[in-house]
Design a protein around this ligand. Structure first.
Ligand code: F6P
Ligand code: MG
Length: 449
């Protein structure tokens, strides 16, 4: 049940795994410790202070394990629903492995679970999110792109009555493709990579204008957008699932897209899948989901915005909250999403989730990490067919139609029409696999149950 190619590991010096395990993860953990210390310094209750100081001490121990490359130990039974899944995987495959020689994908996920454990065994801080400050902050610094979208999309879509059916479909397709790209490129703002980004850098990443989108389509190296549109038309009125990636601006873009899918009638229900615990710095938790919708309606994040801009954001937020009330939008958080398993194991390790997804008409996986999990994060040739690269998620009976919307931020690249594209970029732009400048939109037709 494994692909024939080797999975990336931290000791592979040629891969981004090496820099991530050796430098990026300790830096991220250091910032997380700073965040907990900032909180500690605001406290007055002695019980809470001592309890948080213990959490900080445990984070220090994790830092030693990580930077000295210790062996991976089992997760402490902190009463969470995922402990058995974690420890089964460690016992079965990773006994005696350390952070550098375990598969990168597993070791990186394990680090975030260990970070959660620093808090989950405490009394007062079980739900503490060391990344919450950063997540909120980046959204508040995304003002230009946030209002560009809200000013355009707050007003509900109107279908002109005096056009032919064909024209109507043509317009619908145009909007669908444009918003697919908005949703896709929303993924390039990722906090785990873009620590200390300036406002200008953010702006250029988040530019959503029409011209910009036409120019960026050539950066979609494996591009199944036409097939995606055909699928969307076929499933009209069905259920679409989003396996979410990052909070803040990316989630906002996902919601703009999902809003269009509902208004156009392409979908009648959208299910959003988020994370149960703080994950890979910027991933969406329930709290981030609620924060976004409420801050849009009630927040005061943008003091320099005009009344019209603020009103557009409020209207969007109110509409989205209404979708939730009506059951058109549903937020879910299955524990499997925060394990170290790849999605090659989804049908066997989380059969309930697989069954649930198999009832969906289209499952959209957002972002780089989900793409790594779909593809087993292994060194597959870049022209490997997407279906082949995702194994059981395409071939197991009941596999749903799967689409990956991903800006490329790590080594694994599949679904390109030929190898030459990757070879040329390797030559001309050595950092192309981690810059987020390039993307893939890949579709698998699934397999009826
Ligand atoms: O640390 C590397 C990584 O896991 C890569 O997958 C990617 O660079 C980033 O973290 C997460 O990106 P995304 O938020 O798009 O999944
Ligand atoms: Mg992420």
């Amino acid at each position: 049940n494994n692909p024939p190619w080797p999975a990336y590991r931290g000791y592979h010096e040629y891969s981004f795994a090496h820099a991530t395990m050796g430098h990026r993860l300790p830096t991220i953990l250091g910032k997380a410790i700073d965040d907990a210390v900032t909180t500690l310094n605001t406290l007055s209750d002695e019980g809470e202070i001592l309890d948080l100081a213990d959490c900080i001490e445990r984070m220090g121990e994790l830092m030693v394990d990580l930077s000295e490359n210790h062996k991976l130990r089992p997760i402490i039974d902190d009463g969470e629903g995922d402990v058995a899944l974690w420890n089964k995987e460690i016992a079965k495959y990773f006994q005696g492995k350390d952070f550098m020689n375990a598969p990168w994908l597993f070791a990186e996920a394990y680090k975030y679970r260990r970070l959660h454990e620093c808090f989950s065994v405490s009394k007062h801080w079980r739900m503490y999110d060391v990344f919450a400050r950063q997540k909120c902050d980046t959204f508040s610094r995304s003002q230009d792109a946030v209002f560009e979208l809200s000013m355009r999309f707050a007003e509900p879509f109107k279908h002109s009555s005096n056009i032919t059916q064909e024209e109507r479909l043509e317009r619908e397709k145009f909007m669908f493709l444009e918003l697919t790209q908005v949703c896709l490129w929303g993924n390039s703002t990722d906090l785990s990579l873009l620590i200390n980004m300036t406002e200008e850098q953010l702006k250029s990443l988040q530019s959503t204008g029409g011209e910009h989108l036409a120019a960026t389509e050539k950066n979609i190296l494996g591009n199944h957008m036409e097939n995606l549109w055909e699928t969307a038309k076929d499933i009209r009125g069905g259920r679409i699932d989003f396996v979410l990636d990052n909070a803040g601006f990316e989630l906002y873009c996902d919601c703009v897209y999902a809003d269009y899918l509902i208004q156009s009638g392409l979908a009648s229900q959208i299910r959003f899948h988020g994370k149960r615990i703080p994950w890979f710095v910027s991933d969406v938790t329930k709290r981030d989901w609620e924060w976004l919708l409420n801050i849009m309606v009630y927040g005061q994040l943008f003091p320099t915005a005009s009344e019209a801009e603020l009103e557009s954001l409020r209207r969007l937020g109110q509409r989205w909250k209404q979708y939730e009330k009506e059951g058109k939008w549903i937020y879910e958080q299955h524990p499997f999403w925060c394990t170290g398993y790849t999605f090659w194991d989804l049908h066997s390790e989380a059969p309930d989730l697989f069954l649930h997804l198999s009832k969906s008409d289209l499952v959209i996986f957002k972002g780089d990490l989900n793409h790594r999990k779909l593809t087993y994060d292994c060194a597959a040739p870049p022209n490997t067919a997407f279906d082949e690269a995702i194994g059981p998620m395409a071939s197991a009976p009941g596999a749903p139609i799967v689409c990956s919307l991903r800006t490329i931020k790590s080594d694994v690249v599949v679904g390109l029409p030929n190898r030459a594209i990757a070879d040329k970029l390797d030559e001309a732009e050595p950092g192309w696999k981690i810059s987020g400048k390039y993307a893939v939109v890949l579709l698998s037709e699934g397999r009826p149950g």
